[in-house]
Design a protein around this ligand. Sequence first.
Ligand code: SIN
Length: 305
Amino acid sequence: MTGITVTPSSQYPFGCRIDGIEIGRGIDDASFRVVQEALHRHLVVVVSGTPYDAPRLIEFGSRLGPLEISVAKSFHHGAYPAVTVLSNRTLDGKPEGASDAGQMWHTDMSYNRIAGRASVLHAHQVPFRDGKPLGDTAFRDMHAAYESLPSDMRERLDQLEAVHEFEKIWTQMRARPGSTRPPYTDAQRQQKPPVVHPVVLRHPWTGRKALYVNRGLTQRILGMAPDESSQMLEFLFGHSEHPRFEFRQHWRVGDTLIWDNCATIHLATGGYGNDTPRVMIRTQVLGDEARYRHANGELGNRALI
Ligand code: SIN
């Protein structure tokens, strides 16, 4: 393992890029350890290179853990259900992939009983205007969001739990003008019932605390009257979405972005039309039950049915 460098972002308070590896060609164990350590330390990792396809993405993602099979089945990548296609193109009159994925603040897989570990997103086509890439992905550091709260509030939040549900983001995205999402189905509801997580998650790999609520998927805080819960969540969403906690990915074709889902929220910023194709492939890495339970006790380990 020679010539690998990890460079923290100079523009944002977190995030890094790694040079000297090519995910498309496969990476050795020592290089993988560099990626994993960088992920824990910097939360978002950018690796550039030449575009590669679903099997390579699966091979790389699986090194971080077992992969999620998305409930949005229509956008699975052909024979590879662990890979979702995000695309604004149509092929033979049909959408090639999800065209509105992630266009509100959220944390991937907070709708799972065990908080999701990471996501890996790889760019095949990036829209440009006037020489500038469009369709950035924006992130917020939820360790920093938690640590910047007053201590009395942190102490209170440490005791709270919240309900997360996939249906929330689906319904909100579907209500947007022009959405082509079909109605949420009973089958999806059964596959992803509401779950409970601590409002403050102890990171299962690093032990550091992070705020763990997000606008897309967090429904309510347990044990609070509906108004109080809404007010508290609205405050926490606004606080955590503030640009002072930002990292932003300006995409180039061949980039791979790996992010930590226990300590970040993210947003697909959109801002391009269907005349400028954006095509990405994504895989999502599930959490580790034993680590999650060890870090967070019984909290979050019961489904709310
Ligand atoms: C996502 O939320 O997984 C998609 C992000 C993006 O397309 O920029």
